[in-house]
Structures are given as C-alpha cells and as structure tokens.
Design a protein around this ligand. Sequence first.
Ligand SMILES: NC(=O)c1ccc[n+]([C@@H]2O[C@H](COP(=O)([O-])OP(=O)(O)OC[C@H]3O[C@@H](n4cnc5c(N)ncnc54)[C@H](O)[C@@H]3O)[C@@H](O)[C@H]2O)c1
Length: 439
Amino acid sequence: MNITVIGSGYVGLVTGTCLAEVGNHVLCLDVDPAKIAMLQAGGIPIYEPGLEEMVKRNVAAGRLSFTTDVAASVAFGDIQFIAVGTPPDEDGSADLQYVLAAARNIGQHMNGYKVIVDKSTVPVGTADKVNAAIAATLAARDTSIDYSVVSNPEFLKEGAAIEDFMKPDRIVVGAGDERAIDMMRRLYAPFQRNHERILFMDVRSAELTKYAANAMLATRISFMNELANLAETLGVDIELVRKGIGSDPRIGYHFLYPGTGYGGSCFPKDVKALVATGRDNGHAMRVLTAVEAANDAQKLRLVEKVVARFGADLSGRRFALWGLAFKPNTDDMREAPSRVIVDELTRRGAQVLAFDPVAMHEASRTMADIAGFSFADDMMSPLHGADALLIATEWKAFRSPDFAELKRLLQQPLIFDGRNMYDPAWLRAQGFEYHAIGR
Ligand SMILES: NC(=O)c1ccc[n+]([C@@H]2O[C@H](COP(=O)([O-])OP(=O)(O)OC[C@H]3O[C@@H](n4cnc5c(N)ncnc54)[C@H](O)[C@@H]3O)[C@@H](O)[C@H]2O)c1
C-alpha cells in the first residue's frame, strides 16, 4: 500500500518506519523543515532504540521517504495517517489546531478516495471535526470526493516503540464503513499473523479507549505514590507491598512503581484532557483530578527529602543528579520530573550537576540557561565533592554502580533515590545514608 504519515515525531516516524518495514511504501510529511532535512540526510531527530537502523534499511530499500511538500504527500497515500501533536490548550483540553490543519490540507489537495486515520490522541468527537474540516475544504473547492475518517489510537511506549508497534497487544480501530474497515484490516494483516489483534469498534469508543488507557495507568502511579508516602510514615516498605498486591492477577505487577511522579508527553496532557472532556460534558472527573494533584505534589517529593535533611536554604550545596529523561530509553524531556527537581533545588540556591545517557542534548534546549545547573560528561564526574546523589530516572547504567567509588567521591555517602533502584538494607550496611520512596 501507499501510505502517508502526517507528522514525523515519536509516533509518526515509528508508525511510518514500521509500516515500511512490512513492505508498504511510506511518505512521511512534517512542517518542520529542519526535521525533514535531517531525516533526508540520514539522521534521526529522536532517540528510540532500534529506530535508526530500521529507518536506514527502509530508506535504502526505497520504501520510506520524507517531505515537506503537502500536495505531494496528499497525492501519495491511499491511507493518510494524522500523527501530529495534540498539546494541552490553556484550559487543559487537547489543542486540535495541528490535527485540523492536517485535515484541511488533505481536503485541499485530494483527488481520489482516501482513508484518513486519526492516530494522534484526540478527544471524542474529533473524527467528526476532521470529517467536517475536509468536507468544508472540498465544498470550497466545489468538489465531491469520497473519503472515510477512522480512529486508530496509538499505544506504543517510547523506549520500546518498535517492539510495541511490530507486536502490538491490540490494535484499536474505530471505523464506520466497510471500505475503510477492509483497508485497515489489510494494512494491519502483517502485524497479526499469530492471532487476531484488531478490535474494531465505533469511532467515538476508539477515541475514548486511548484516554481511558492512559488515565488508568496514571491512576495506578498516583495511587502507589500516595501509598508510598504513607508507608514512610508507618514504617512500611512499599516495595514489599507492591509485590504483595501485584501478585494478585486482578491487579498485576505493571505500573505499580512509586517514584517522583509520572511525566512524558502523554499521561500529563491526556489526564488533563479527559478531565476537560468530563467538565465540558457535565461530569466532574473526581478520581482523575486527584490523580493529577497527587502527581504534581509527587514531583517535589525528592526535594522535600533533601530539604528535610539539609534545611530550606540550599545555597552553597552541590548535588549530583542522575537521569533527566522522564523515563529510561528515551530522550523525551516533556513534563519530566527532573525539570521540577532542578528548578526547585536551584531556586533554593543549590548547584546541580546532571548526567543522562541520552537526554542531555534534548534537555539543553530548555534547561541550559538555568542558573546553578549544568551537564556532566559522564556519570561519575558530578559526584566529586557533591553533598549527595539524587536519582530521577532509572537508566540501566545506574542499576549497579561502583558504590565504593561513589562513597569515595561524594562529600558524604548520601543518596536520594527517586526510583527505588537499590536495596536499602545492603546500602546502609555499606555505610550509605539512603532515602528512597516509600521505604
Ligand atoms: N509520544 C508517545 O509516546 C505517544 C504515544 C501514543 C500516542 N501519542 C500521541 O501521538 C501524537 C503525536 O505525538 P508525538 O509524541 O509523536 O509528537 P511530536 O511532537 O514528537 O511530533 C509531532 C510532529 O507533527 C509535526 N506537525 C505538526 N503539525 C503538522 C502538520 N500540519 N503537518 C505535518 N506535520 C505537522 C510537528 O512538526 C512534529 O514533528 C499526540 O497526539 C500524542 O498524544 C504519543
């Protein structure tokens, strides 16, 4: 099939590349000329394990290419994926300006039947708006052309995006007409040779399914963070509680890790958007409002521990920070808890020297100017003479560091671990003062 992907970010680039990998011809469009120039020159604008090789392989095979030419991109694909950003508007609702601009572009240039697929995370009713935008543009052209609008929300996880796309747990497709359903079935056939993974449903249900999934996961995290904070006061180890409840199949082990709060490009904005959808439709989303409030508070949890140990005024203190990305295996810094931690430590007068295996370049775009904050070349150098080590992201490289060296380099053997990476009893036996979350 010939496929166009509109928006070549984390989702668009992975979607386009994986669809090319199974034999389709894919053209990825973006409005950002720098991004497209980089892709055309063989570069990859994001860090995603396995993506670079896959892009190169499919470009070399002539199945994957990149453009800023809107007319060419509309002409190319029988299926047009919309994978542009849907950031929060001022009131928390999803800002649909990029989705609707993409829809109008399609209406402006299409000359034959197209299936338009909303892959961006969009509120219930967006497919109707996309439909209306295309219809209005066609009407202005005085043209009538058949098309279908389908919802196909994306569930991939950054850091494991290729694996998730190539071997999805499920593929949700919201579609109303047989022609579109047939094309979507053929498109995804290579991804479900083992067993049927497509869940066909109506468009509105598909749209809500994506928000429901992210809101549920965010809820689990905030729930565990609140329990962890209580556990500290009660003298309970939350990691034992986590195993104790995770073993119940009704609960399961996933997404029960307490920490410094959820971040990233999805959970924060999707929780906000679902709260806004509730509000706009006369339903107070009480659980999700609390999930968000608990998360905002949790992002400051590690700094609260630092303040409890050193006092409110941190001037003259210097801290090493391991991890900036909102989670491991990505360079995504959107809504990363590390940002809140750095802002609060430096606001209190501390100096922070940070290391992240891949996100420092991305972080430098928004954090380079923070007074008192700087980046280190390797993971051990920030420890030299630092008052303590703080951990904000659970990168594999941090799992088993040379603790003797840590002890030698730090001013005192003191760790504030926002990701519960180490065994508290063992660390204390090695002479460390260890502050984790809920332990
Ligand atoms: N990042 C994730 O892990 C993830 C997972 C599932 C779903 N989603 C959803 O997918 C959507 C995209 O997210 P992302 O993280 O890939 O965003 P992103 O910001 O990385 O990429 C969006 C891209 O769209 C481009 N763009 C904007 N308007 C355009 C237009 N009119 N035509 C062509 N290109 C345009 C931007 O320049 C940008 O490169 C969002 O709705 C998000 O909620 C993201």
